[in-house]
Design a binder for this molecule. Structure first.
Ligand code: SAM
Length: 292
């Protein structure tokens, strides 16, 4: 597949699949699949051109075959991470879908706290926001944790946010959001309690940042944790995976959870096809799973 210039006047052919070298197209599709599990079938030529074309031009590649070679070469990390950033969808907002946060606040956390007290386990709760994008999900969770922490002296409540996109993780770590971003899902009370105006945007309060840790992580690779997370949010990411990758990821995710842990998925996602361990429960208008 050849690359169009900004002016569209490059001698190369337009990057539509019908004008594309079969080999280049397959190579870029395979690379994206390998890097992040997003499978761009051949009908997605427009997506390849609109998202990867600018990267190929910036790295001065003549065609997508060359971009693949650059990405796979030694030192190709920055090319790979730009490709992942460009291909993945980072749409997110504070308190997305609302009901998971209500269920966590009014059902899951009270049950967990009781369970931990009953079993004499260390007074700590670990939440994982897997595929956290730019961090709005993590800080929404941190707000809920911070609120209940006021009545739980001596407890350690933490949220861990991970995403495959290094740029998204960097934004999440920084914790600075534009007016537009804080206007999506954040009510006036949370905004005034947990954000301060800074450089024409809003900075998350240090008390929330102290509860949040972040890392770059590919959900399609093995997870280092076992028996660690009491609550996992894995929302609006598995929809991009192939069915076998999705099933494998959720089964591996179970091992990262503590027994009786709680799993939240996106509002349009269902896990019943993954077997009896993934029987849905409903709390506060939200579907939740307890697969372990
Ligand atoms: C649509 S956002 C969802 C963000 C948040 N969970 C929410 O529901 O608002 C999807 C995120 O999944 C990330 N992602 C895509 N493939 C991934 C993979 N293989 N491993 C980890 N994260 C991935 C993307 O970088 C993106 O930030």
């Amino acid at each position: 597949m050849s690359i169009k210039t900004e002016a569209g006047s490059h001698a190369a052919q337009p990057a539509h699949p019908s004008n594309t070298s079969e080999c280049d197209l397959t190579a870029i599709i395979d690379l994206v699949d390998d890097l992040c599990g997003v499978y761009l079938d051949e009908s997605k030529g427009y997506l390849i051109e609109s998202r990867l074309g600018p990267i190929a031009r910036r790295f001065e590649c003549r065609d997508y075959g060359e971009l693949v070679n650059r990405a796979l070469a030694i030192g190709g990390e920055s090319v790979r991470s730009e490709i992942v950033d460009a291909i993945t969808t980072h749409e997110t907002l504070f308190f997305r879908d609302e009901s998971p946060f209500r269920a966590m606040r009014f059902k899951v956390l009270p049950d967990l706290i009781q369970h931990i007290e009953d079993t004499g386990r260390a007074r700590q709760i670990r939440v994982w926001s897997a595929a956290c994008s730019t961090g709005q999900e993590v800080y929404s969770i941190a707000m809920v944790l911070h609120e209940i922490a006021q009545d739980l002296p001596g407890w350690d409540l933490q949220v861990f946010g991970t995403d495959i996109s290094p740029a998204s993780v960097a934004t999440a770590e920084r914790g600075w959001y534009s007016n537009l971003e804080v206007g999506r899902g954040l009510d006036a009370m949370n905004k005034s309690n947990y954000f301060s105006q800074e450089a024409s945007g809003w900075q998350v309060a240090p008390e929330l940042q102290r509860r949040a840790k972040f890392a770059v992580r590919n959900l399609l690779k093995p997870f280092p944790e076992t028996n660690q997370f009491d609550i996992v949010f894995c929302r609006n990411v598995a929809i991009y995976f192939k069915p076998n990758q999705r099933a494998d990821m959720f089964h591996r995710m179970v091992d990262t959870m503590t027994p009786g842990g709680w799993l939240f998925v996106g509002s349009a996602e269902r896990l019943s096809d993954l077997g009896p361990a993934f029987t849905p429960q409903s709390h506060c208008d939200c579907t939740v799973y307890r697969p372990k």
